[in-house]
Design a protein around this ligand. Structure first.
Ligand code: SF4
Length: 494
C-alpha cells in the first residue's frame, strides 16, 4: 500500500481496509513509496502502534528506484516479508534505517514493455494514476529520486490507456512521474496523442522542462491548456544562489534563468483553464532572515498577481527535511536539518505549523477543503508569515538555544510543547514577542477565520471582474457570492 502522507485520514483508511478482512486472513501491510522516504519516522510512529496489537505483519519499505523489481520479488516468494527470501535472492542492495527497509535498485522493465490494462471497475475512482514516465536526471540534493535518464511509454499506449480510463467515467488522470517533462519532446508527443475525452490531467514538472516544452511545442500546449488540467511546478526558491545550493541547477547562470522562465509560463497559462501549483522550499538550516523575507515576498507577489496559482498551505514555512536516498541525507541526520544557523527561523517554522493546525480546527475544514479555499488559506498564512518575519527581525537570534528544542524533537514532543519551550527561553521578553505575534494572527481580535472569509470574497470578486460579464451582471454575481460565502462560513465571526 502506498499512502500520501501519514495523516489521520490515511491511518483511518488503512484501518478500515484491514478490518474489512476476517481476523484469520488479514493481509500484510507494506507501506512504501517515495513519501515514506521523506518521512520515515512519521510513518513508523503513525502506523506501527495501530497494527502491532492486532498481530499483523507490517513492513516499511523505502524503495529508491523503480518499484517493479520489488513487486516481482514479492510475488516470486509468495509474498513473504522475510528479508532473506526477498532481498538476498534478488540481489537488491538493502539496509535497515530506523526500522524501515531501504532498497536500491535502478533497473526495471522499460515502460514500453509494461502492461497497462486494469481488470477492475475504474468508474469507482475519481482519480486514476497512470505511469507514463519514470526517472529524472535532475539530481536535486534534497530529493530521494536518484538521477537517471527518464523513460517514457509509447504515445500510442498512453492514448489507448487514457481512452480505456475515460470511457469508464474516471474523471482525473494523475501522471505519476517525478518530472513528467524531463524529456520535453517525449512528453509533448504523449500530450498531443491523447483522446479528446481527457479533460483533467495532473502532473509535476520542473520550471525549465515545462518552459522548453511550451517554447518548442506551443501549439500542443495551447490546446492542452484550454482544459482544466493542473501542473505542479517545482519552483523551490526565487534566489538563484539557493537554487544552485539545493542542486536544482548546476550553476548560477542556469539558475538565474528560472525567474524569467517562470514569468513566461505564468503569462502563458494565465488566460487558460489550466492551473499551476507551486512547490517551494522557503526555509532550510542555513538560510538567513533576509533571504527568507525575499523568498516570501516573491511568492506573495506571484500569488497576488496570478489568481490561478495553487499553493498548499503546508508549503508556507516548510523546511528542507530528511529524505532517505537524497544527497543531503547521505551526510546529515534527520536532526541536522533542524540545526538552524538562525534559530528564529526554526521558531517561525513551528509557530506557523501550530497556527495552521489551530486554524484548520477552528474553521472545521481538513484535507477535503476545496481548491479555492486552500488557495485563500495559503494567501492569508503567507501574509501572517511575512509579518512574523518582520517582528522577529527585531529580536536577536541568540535569544534562542536550539539544544533543548532538538532534545524535545528527539523525544517526539508535540509542536505546542516545542513552541512553549522556545517562548520560555525569552524570559522577560517572552510576553512582548508572544503578544506581538498573536496580534498578527488575531488581527485585533478579528481572527483568522474572518481574514479567510474576506480573502475568499476578494478572490472571487477579482475573478468576476476579470470575466466577460457586463457591469450590472458582475455586481449581481458579486452580491450573490458574498451571501453564499458568508452563509457557508458559519464558524467565521463575520
Ligand atoms: S526535485 Fe524534481 S527535478 Fe529535482 S531530482 Fe527530484 S524529481 Fe527531479
Amino acid at each position: 500500500m502506498s499512502f500520501i502522507g501519514h495523516s489521520n485520514t490515511a491511518i483511518y483508511v488503512a484501518n478500515c481496509l484491514l478490518r474489512a478482512f476476517p481476523p484469520t486472513s488479514r493481509p500484510k501491510l507494506i507501506i512504501g513509496g517515495p513519501d515514506v522516504g521523506y518521512s520515515t519516522e512519521g510513518y513508523i510512529d503513525s502506523f506501527l502502534p495501530l497494527y502491532s496489537d492486532q498481530h499483523l505483519e507490517i513492513k516499511f519499505v523505502i524503495y529508491i528506484g523503480p518499484g517493479e523489481p520489488y513487486i516481482k520479488a514479492l510475488t516470486e516468494t509468495g509474498f513473504s516479508l522475510s528479508e532473506k527470501s526477498i532481498f538476498m535472492e534478488q540481489d537488491l542492495e538493502h539496509q535497515l534505517v530506523r526500522g524501515a527497509q531501504v532498497l536500491r535498485q535502478f533497473s526495471a522493465s522499460a515502460l514500453a514493455d509494461q502492461g497497462w490494462r486494469r481488470y477492475y471497475d475504474l468508474s469507482l475512482f475519481g482519480d486514476v494514476g497512470v505511469k507514463w514516465a519514470s526517472g529524472c536526471k535532475g539530481g536535486c540534493k534534497f530529493c530521494c529520486e536518484p538521477p537517471r535518464r527518464a523513460d517514457y511509454r509509447l504515445a500510442q499506449m498512453t492514448s489507448d490507456e487514457a481512452d480505456h480510463i475515460v470511457t469508464q467515467d474516471a474523471s482525473k488522470l494523475l501522471i505519476s512521474a517525478p518530472d513528467f517533462l524531463n524529456r520535453p519532446s517525449m512528453a509533448s508527443r504523449i500530450i498531443d496523442s491523447l483522446p479528446s475525452g481527457v479533460n483533467r490531467l495532473h502532473f509535476s514538472a520542473r520550471v525549465d522542462s515545462l518552459y522548453l516544452a511550451v517554447k518548442h511545442y506551443p501549439n500542443i500546449w495551447q490546446k492542452f491548456a484550454a482544459k482544466r488540467h493542473r501542473i505542479d511546478l517545482g519552483v523551490e526558491s526565487f534566489i538563484p544562489e539557493r537554487l544552485v545550493w539545493l542542486g536544482k541547477y548546476r550553476n548560477l547562470k542556469q539558475a538565474a534563468k528560472q525567474q524569467e522562465r517562470l514569468a513566461y509560463l505564468l503569462e502563458f497559462f494565465r488566460p487558460t483553464k489550466t492551473s499551476i501549483g507551486f512547490f517551494i522550499m522557503p526555509l532550510d538550516w542555513r538560510i538567513t532572515l533576509a533571504e527568507a523575507k525575499v523568498e516570501a515576498e516573491q511568492l506573495q507577489c506571484c500569488l497576488e498577481q496570478y489568481d490561478y496559482i495553487f499553493l498548499a498551505s503546508q508549503n508556507i514555512a516548510k523546511i528542507v527535511s530528511y529524505a532517505t536516498g537524497s544527497n543531503f541525507s547521505s551526510t546529515m541526520s534527520s536532526q541536522d536539518f533542524y540545526r538552524f544557523d538562525d534559530p528564529r527561523l526554526l521558531f517561525l517554522h513551528y509557530l506557523i505549523k501550530n497556527k495552521r493546525s489551530l486554524l484548520y480546527e477552528s474553521i472545521e475544514i481538513d484535507s477535503r477543503a476545496t481548491h479555492l479555499l486552500e488557495v485563500v488559506i495559503s494567501k492569508v498564512l503567507l501574509r501572517c508569515y511575512l509579518l512574523c518575519l518582520e517582528r522577529l527581525a527585531m529580536f536577536e537570534g541568540e535569544c534562542f538555544d536550539l539544544e533543548p528544542i532538538l532534545m524535545l524533537r528527539e523525544r517526539k514532543a508535540g509542536e505546542q510543547k516545542i513552541l512553549d519551550t522556545f517562548y520560555d527561553q525569552l524570559k522577560q521578553k517572552r510576553e512582548k514577542l508572544k503578544q506581538s505575534l498573536d496580534e498578527i494572527f488575531n488581527e485585533e481580535s478579528q481572527g483568522m477565520a474572518k481574514m479567510i472569509t474576506q480573502e475568499l470574497i476578494r478572490t472571487l470578486c477579482r475573478r468576476i471582474d476579470a470575466s466577460e460579464l457586463s457591469d450590472p451582471e458582475k455586481e449581481k454575481e458579486k452580491n450573490r457570492i458574498v451571501i453564499a460565502v458568508v452563509s457557508q462560513c458559519r464558524t467565521a465571526a463575520v
